[in-house]
Design a protein around this ligand. Structure first.
Ligand code: ADP
Ligand code: MG
Length: 623
């Protein structure tokens, strides 16, 4: 069938808006380091072949042909590069779905990120956001995909110039698989050179376990084929033969990353279970890490060098940033999904892999230094999920975890905190909030500061949850300062307290009366030194936890806080005097509660009421 006949039957479709935007960015902003298009397309071909082999385990109709491979043909005269694979292929619907829309949530973030990233760093973003296929448009002004889904008789063609639309029509292909033909742009003709292609494949695709075969015409026009990639499983080679560059390249390949690994763990386990493993702790946090909807590990499981799945959950979720490969001979090659779930072999591998990773992190934590700090800054918020949900490793995590505290700007360990505890102190105090600077200024800390008691300052979402679960570390329990009412009386202030306390015995019940159900109680506190009031939570979730639940749309019944007042503060003194004189403090009471809410970063239930009352009080004071 000639191309013209084909095109005549093609139907035009519009890209989803996001794809349109993305393509615009790809075509117009990504002009350096364009060679990664080949890496992305070869990786897709290899993925499709991995998938086909895996599905063929349970469906013989999908079985791979003999000598499955990826072919790359560059045609200098036609100015095209064609990649062909024996993969699973795509049905017309799948072509539309996979190449016409972007399902991932990370893609929006990608667009934003791209526009505020330096041009020379932009290409590296493409792979990290999993929008690899579209990188073809960095070098091609037209991309032609012919694909036949394994197990089906008909093929389909997808063609696009990357400008808002694509066409879809029928096509023919003798075997299942996919051909992707790139019509190379004038300014990208260097990529038609087999020598250049060979270099790129060696650099980026050496670890692909399927043969990548480059077709080349010699001077007489005779075609010759050459397998370019080594395809050796790096993890099975002795460490002594592997350079750090090779490790880094392999890391970038499995993790689709562009940074240097922070740690490389290459070992072979022998004993109750045998496997080889090459794992990495990333040096940088992947751009879309926090947007990823899956919390599960993506470590690749191989059986006798063959990729089986990246969904075997080889480490607990709190280690999901760990990347790499585990390869075992203790499972059959035709292992099915059901079997993967049930087999004790996998449970044993999981345990051994997790133990190794945890001990590596522990070792690095002991060495400390800037590199561990940056590792912690990248992944600490995920690791802390383990404090909450991993009863087996909870105590170990607590040992190497790092925290901000009122002690200074450096991250500290719990052991350091404990070494600075007051002799009469039994509890590790912490305060949870949205950001460090707000926490540092929080009124909740005043009494702790004046008594020289250190407080952990926690800003990650998971921090609202783990302290209760962890319960204690080295016999020390955890308590939020918001709920530490009464604790402070045990400790003597280190700094001279300002002014004599007013007698608030009459004031507190009057305030309580005025506020009614809005508060659980009103009482005098020694917790404050500068502020007049503070609210605390009692008999329910911490204030930060309540805010978090409200923000995440959960039903959070309004739990009235306790309003604590500082009897040394001039405002409270003045109010105590008013009450002595029999004057009303009803309006003041409402303002006090709202002030405490504002201080805490809480939303006011009635902001305009607050503004009106405050204005009228100020007017009274100014008159
Ligand atoms: P990703 O590979 O991260 O999913 P891509 O943009 O590279 O993102 O590819 C999008 C999707 O298109 C793939 O997930 C896959 O379903 C499909 N696809 C791309 N190339 C091929 C191919 N050669 N064979 C089969 N499917 C493919
Ligand atoms: Mg891809």
């Amino acid at each position: 069938m000639s191309e013209r006949e084909n095109t005549a039957e093609m139907k035009q479709h519009s890209f989803s808006a996001e794809v349109g935007q993305l393509l615009d960015l790809v075509v117009h902003s990504l002009y350096s380091d364009r060679e990664i298009f080949l890496r992305e397309l070869v990786a897709n071909a290899a993925d499709a072949m991995d998938k086909r082999r895996f599905e063929a385990l349970t469906n013989a109709a999908l079985t791979l042909p003999e000598a499955p491979s990826i072919h790359i043909v560059a045609d200098k005269d036609a100015k095209t590069i064609t990649l062909s694979d024996d993969g699973l292929g795509m049905s017309p619907d799948e072509l539309t779905q996979n190449l016409g829309t972007i399902a991932r949530s990370g893609t929006k973030a990608f667009g934003e990120k791209l526009s505020n990233t330096k041009p020379e760093e932009r290409p590296s973003l493409i792979g990290q956001f999993g929008v690899g296929f579209y990188s073809a448009f960095m070098v091609a002004d037209k991309v032609d995909v012919v694909s036949r889904r394994a197990g089906e008789d008909v093929a389909a063609r997808w063609v696009s110039e990357g400008k808002g639309s694509y066409s879809l029509g029928a096509a023919e292909r003798a075997q299942p698989g996919t051909d992707i033909t790139l019509h190379i742009k004038e300014d990208a003709e260097e990529f038609l050179d087999p020598w250049r292609l060979r270099g790129i494949i060696r650099k980026w695709a050496d670890h692909i376990s399927w043969p990548v075969i480059l077709h080349e015409k010699d001077d007489e026009g005779k075609e010759k084929e050459e397998t370019i990639n080594e395809g050796t499983a790096l993890w099975l080679r002795p460490k002594s033969e592997i350079t750090s560059e090779q490790y880094t390249e392999f890391y970038r390949h499995v993790a689709r990353a562009f940074d240097e690994p922070y740690a490389t763990l290459h070992w072979r386990a022998e004993g109750t279970v045998e496997f080889a493993s090459l794992l990495f702790l990333p040096g940088a946090r992947p751009m879309d890490f926090m947007e990823q909807s899956s919390r599960e590990s993506r470590i690749h499981l191989h059986v006798r060098r063959m990729f089986i799945t990246d969904e075997a959950n080889l480490v607990p979720n709190w280690l999901r940033f760990v990347q790499g490969v585990v390869d075992t001979e203790d499972l059959p090659l035709n292992v099915s999904r059901e079997m993967l779930q049930a087999t004790p072999v996998l449970a044993r591998i999981r345990k051994a892999v997790t133990r190794r990773v945890v001990s590596e992190i522990k070792k690095r934590a002991q060495e400390g230094g800037e590199s561990f700090t940056s590792f912690w800054n990248n992944f600490g918020l995920v690791i802390k999920e383990g404090l909450w949900e991993d009863s087996e490793h909870r105590q170990e995590i607590a040992e190497f975890a790092r925290f901000h505290s009122t002690n200074g700007d450096e991250l500290i360990t719990l052991d350091e905190y404990i070494s600075r505890m007051k002799p009469e102190q039994e509890t590790v105090y912490y305060l949870v909030g949205d950001n460090l600077s707000a926490l540092k200024a929080s009124a909740q800390l005043e009494g702790f500061r004046s008594r020289g008691i250190e407080v952990l300052l926690l800003t990650d979402a998971v921090d609202s949850f783990w302290p209760d679960r962890l319960h204690s570390y080295k016999d020390k329990t955890f308590r939020s300062v918001v709920q530490a009412h009464g604790d402070l009386e045990k400790f003597a202030p280190e700094t001279e307290e300002q002014g004599e306390p007013a007698n608030v015995e009459k004031l507190t019940p009057v305030l309580k009366e005025a506020l009614g159900d809005a508060v659980k109680d009103v009482r005098s506190t020694v917790r404050l030194t500068g502020s007049a009031v503070v609210i605390t939570a009692e008999g329910g979730p911490d204030l930060a936890m309540q805010r978090l639940m409200r923000r995440s749309g959960q039903d959070m019944p309004a739990l009235p806080p306790v309003l604590e007042i500082n009897p040394r503060h001039p405002l409270i003194r003045a109010l105590a005097e008013r009450v002595e004189k029999g004057e009303s403090v009803d309006e003041h009471a409402r303002i006090l509660l709202d002030l405490a809410r504002v201080q805490e970063g809480e939303a006011l239930p009635d902001p305009s009421g607050f503004a009106r009352t405050l204005a009228s009080l100020l007017a009274g004071a100014a008159a």
